[in-house]
Design a protein around this ligand. Structure first.
Ligand code: SF4
Length: 261
């Protein structure tokens, strides 16, 4: 059975939450945090696609300079103003309690985009993929996912994942299952070892990087964990694992008899 990382992640957080969402299919409201995260991802996806397009145009231009004096340029250039425009075009208003909260989030996002632009401009970047979906086989399971951004050099790739939540510790990032899945998928997709996994925490006061890698042993451990989680789902084991952090962020806490918040 195919699973997405987000399904496995919900099951890992609390099997009862998975049951509400995927088995009982109980509708839920999008939260302000989820809405904001989607707005940021959509903006940076559009930005990345312009990067890819302009890189392609440059290649075409290099090949066609003998024949074309002035090849058509993209109407959007890679400037801070463009990024700001993309942010406002991509902003999702759902999820906020009122207009004031939505306006505050919009302002916060704009400040964040300025910080992202500064980070992005620190070096030349070769984009290998933006918002690229993947599907990999792990034993009897198919795991589906999507890379936010992959940069490459001659012999390696760097997977970059955008985050808008609180900054995680190095230990948490070193043990993050999503990043292990990315490491497995990137080698398969790009045919080069994944030399670095980078979580990019976007905040209005700055961009914070947390880097990690995966050894062969860690990847084997991740595969075993994926198998345990998928077996639990297949066997219908949906025992609640309440905790303040899980229930505090759970969209079903108002209807869950096991909630501790
Ligand atoms: S409220 Fe807590 S125990 Fe209930 S489903 Fe959500 S995370 Fe699980």
């Amino acid at each position: 059975m195919p699973f997405s990382y987000s399904q496995l992640s919900v099951y890992r957080t609390c099997p009862t939450q998975y049951e509400f969402a995927r088995i009982k299919k109980i509708p839920r409201q999008i939260s302000a945090g989820e809405s904001f995260g989607s707005s940021v991802h959509n903006t940076l996806s559009k930005w990345g696609k312009i990067e890819v397009e302009r890189g392609k145009r440059k290649e075409d231009k290099d090949q066609l300079t003998l024949f074309m004096d002035d090849p058509e340029e993209s109407s959007l250039s890679l400037t801070s103003d463009t990024l700001s425009l993309l942010w406002h075009q991509s902003f999702i208003v759902q999820g906020y309690e009122n207009k004031k909260d939505a306006d505050r989030a919009r302002e916060k996002g704009e400040a964040m985009m300025h910080k992202f632009f500064e980070w992005w401009g620190q070096k030349d970047r070769e984009v290998a993929a933006i918002e690229k979906g993947f599907s990999i086989e792990i034993d009897v399971n198919t795991i589906k996912g999507r890379f936010d951004r992959v940069e490459q050099s001659e012999d390696s790739v760097q997977v970059i994942d955008y985050k808008t939540g609180s900054i995680r510790s190095q230990k948490e990032v070193d043990e993050d299952l999503q990043l292990s899945i990315y490491a497995l998928a990137s080698e398969e997709l790009f045919g080069k070892p994944c030399t670095e996994l980078l979580l990019l925490f976007l905040h209005e006061d700055g961009i914070h990087e947390v880097r990690t890698r995966r050894s062969k042993e860690q990847l084997e451990k991740a595969k075993k964990e994926i198998n345990v989680l998928s077996e639990g789902i297949d066997e219908g084991v949906f025992t609640a694992t309440p905790s303040e952090s899980a229930c505090g962020r759970c969209p079903y806490r108002s209807i869950c008899e096991f909630s501790v918040v």
